[in-house]
Design a protein around this ligand. Structure first.
Ligand SMILES: Cc1cc2nc3c(=O)[nH]c(=O)nc-3n(C[C@H](O)[C@H](O)[C@H](O)COP(=O)(O)OP(=O)(O)OC[C@H]3O[C@@H](n4cnc5c(N)ncnc54)[C@H](O)[C@@H]3O)c2cc1C
Length: 603
């Protein structure tokens, strides 16, 4: 048996939603990357289904949203059912499914997990890659003496699951374990998972229903005196039911408490669910598309990285209840957070210490998620114990209260070298550490309406948003000109080089967008120094559009006064720095904290 040897910048282990998104993001940015998965074929049904509003925004920033929306099912509404005075279930409220303010997508999008993965994996061939199946690592080792050298310090032996004679030694600069809850990478590196399992066991069935239950196409929480059921509407007229199961049932080992998925019978699950819907009927039209049973594990890995050379992402480093629809979304957000940092370090634009912020930001998020999940699961668990008399008003309020966090829009990264909030008052509502909110602005040259998210794409660049205030105000033009000159002198707006596949590529690390406060008729894009825009489409006005129906609210909604502001948005769309138009020194310091200056010789 001969073992092949190869070299790659990043090896991604696991092609679930997390690994697929990460590999896509890296390959799209010219990083040499391979992705392997131990399974013969991708997921074709079931598993995770709901994408949250924040991830939909991220998909839009990658230009992938049209595809996702076309195939998925939008869920706009949540219905809550409780027993009425006569004991029969009745609807007590019908509320928006998403209550987070100012999201571009006020709904969940459901589809089977394989469809979500394919949003990314179907793009890989464009970059000359594909998921390599069925390959799994058999060993991983990090050469601790070479951690800071520009070499390949991680060695992974991989083997084909279908043909053990196919082995390869992969030398990688970085390895990402996106290999799910039972992560081989996590276990091999001796990283502990901290947390526990809840006791209750839940059943899940996906099927096309034959029913007279009226809220079958909304997320419905049905709490009756004879049972509980959660409905999640899906693609192709399908629904998913979540059903709490009896502790003493035969599919759970009484001693180990482990569930035996093989022992589950979907007809049995539906029979249990039917009790909650009485007097409505609920049958499966054409059998079942998918089913499972699970217990909720709420665990977070002790570390998300070893020596900033091997990283864990997704279920490999955090697990929680599926009911809030968070795991896949959290994994994708891990990928989104890690991708640009790896890209910057591999391009030699950033010091490796930038990678510290991955664990700082995403592990804290995972802990917050477990905290949220405990409260959320507790709500469901208490409803599962039928007859406990949950107050319908309290129930509806609880569902709405969780909205901001659940949507992903509430993610708030703490202060660090890439989130600096010393001058927050310059743009009061552009909260440093939170994602940049959507807003309508106009392109100054042709008054075209633009969603600001569409000029903040996931293209690996930082965006510097210069809010000039009233450019005709006294001393304004001089102030903007002086800012532009200092930025140019400091080479912040220059193109930088990086090597990809032995070729030198050039691109800017920081793109500038200028937003003028003023009226269309009185403002010219030429008022902005040319060095601040790479293209005329990058100068905007905060004014209403020609119909008078949209636009003109950016300064107000962002909390920016007539004196203007400068806002740095990170490549992942989060606000990194807010400062005044005089804050050029602060801008340089922000980048200096982690950037490798241009022209520095690196090892
Ligand atoms: C019933 C149910 C419903 C859910 N619903 C939702 C939802 O609506 N929204 C949501 O956000 N989350 C949901 N989740 C959670 C979600 O499924 C997970 O959080 C998500 O799949 C994690 O993605 P991942 O890529 O990190 O891991 P996984 O999806 O587990 O993918 C890991 C991949 O790695 C591969 N792999 C594993 N080990 C190896 C190895 N040694 N070598 C190579 N490859 C390996 C696997 O084959 C797999 O393809 C649900 C979970 C369940 C059980």
């Amino acid at each position: 048996m001969s073992t092949k040897t190869s070299f790659v910048d990043v090896l991604v282990v696991g092609a679930g939603p997390t690994g697929s998104m990460l590999a896509y993001s890296l390959l799209k940015s010219n990083v040499s990357c391979r992705i392997i998965d131990k399974k013969e074929a991708p997921v074709s049904r079931g598993h995770a289904d709901a994408l949250q509003p924040r991830i939909l925004e991220v998909l839009r920033s990658h230009g992938l949203i049209v595809k996702a929306l076309k195939e998925g099912n939008k869920i706009n509404t949540t219905s809550i059912w409780h027993p009425g005075p006569d004991g029969k279930i009745e609807r007590v409220s019908r509320i928006p499914n998403i209550t987070a303010p100012r999201g571009l997508y006020p709904f969940n999008l459901t589809n089977h997990q394989g469809a979500h993965e394919a949003i990314f994996t179907s793009e890989l061939p464009k970059y000359g890659a594909t998921v390599e199946r069925p390959f799994a690592p058999v060993s991983i080792a990090i050469d601790e003496d070479q951690i800071d050298a520009d070499v390949y310090p991680v060695t992974v032996e991989i083997q084909s699951a279908s043909d053990p004679a196919k082995r390869e030694t992969v030398h990688a600069k970085y390895v990402v374990g996106a290999d799910g809850a039972h992560s081989f990478i996590r276990k091999s590196l001796g990283i502990c998972n901290i947390g526990d399992h809840t006791d209750r066991c839940w059943g899940v069935i996906d099927f096309v229903p034959d029913t007279n239950f009226p809220d079958i196409r909304t997320t419905s929480q049905v709490h009756s005196s004879t049972g509980f059921c959660l409905i999640v509407p899906r693609e192709d007229d399908m629904v998913r039911l979540y059903i709490p199961l009896d502790e003493t049932a035969h599919y759970r080992d009484s001693e180990t408490k482990k569930v035996n998925v093989g022992a589950v019978n979907p007809d049995e699950l539906l029979e249990i669910a039917k009790r909650a819907f009485e007097p409505y009927y609920m049958n499966a039209k054409d059998g079942y598309h998918w089913w499972t049973i699970y217990v909720v594990g709420q665990r977070v890995a002790q570390n998300f990285s070893v020596s900033n050379r091997v990283f864990l992402a997704g279920d490999a480093c955090h697990t929680h209840s599926p009911k809030a629809g968070q795991g896949m979304n959290a994994g994708m957000n891990d990928a989104h957070n890690l991708a640009w940092k790896l890209i910057y370090v591999i391009r030699k634009w950033a010091d490796r210490k930038l990678l510290d912020t991955y664990e700082e930001e995403r592990r804290q998020f995972a802990l917050d998620l477990i905290h949220f999940d405990k409260k959320y699961v507790a709500m469901f668990e208490s409803m599962a114990l039928s007859g406990t008399g949950i107050d319908p008003v309290v129930h509806s309020k609880a569902v709405q209260m969780f909205g901001l966090f659940k949507s992903g829009i509430g993610i708030h990264y703490a202060g660090s070298m890439i989130t600096c909030s010393h001058n927050q008052s310059a743009a009061r509502y552009l909260i440093v550490g939170k994602r940049f909110p959507p807003e309508i602005i106009l392109i100054a040259r042709d008054d075209k309406v633009v969603q600001i998210h569409d000029v903040l794409p996931s293209d690996t660049k930082f965006k510097m948003l210069i809010f000039t205030g009233d450019i005709h105000g006294s001393g304004r033009k001089e102030l903007i000109r002086s800012l532009a000159e200092r930025l140019v002198e400091g080479r912040l707006l220059s193109e930088r080089s990086y090597i990809s596949c032995d070729r030198i590529e050039m691109m800017r690390m920081v793109d500038t967008l200028t937003i003028i406060k003023g009226y269309k008729g009185q403002t010219m894009y030429t008022d902005v120094p040319e060095s601040l825009w790479t293209h005329w489409t990058k100068v905007f006005i905060d004014d209403v559009d020609i119909t008078g129906e949209q636009g003109g609210k950016a300064y107000e909604n962002f909390g920016i006064g007539p004196e203007g502001a400068v806002v740095i948005v990170r490549p992942d769309g989060y606000v990194g720095l807010v400062t005044t138009l005089h804050g050029v020194q602060e801008i340089f310091e922000y980048f200096r904290a982690w950037e490798i200056p241009m022209g520095t010789k690196t090892v």
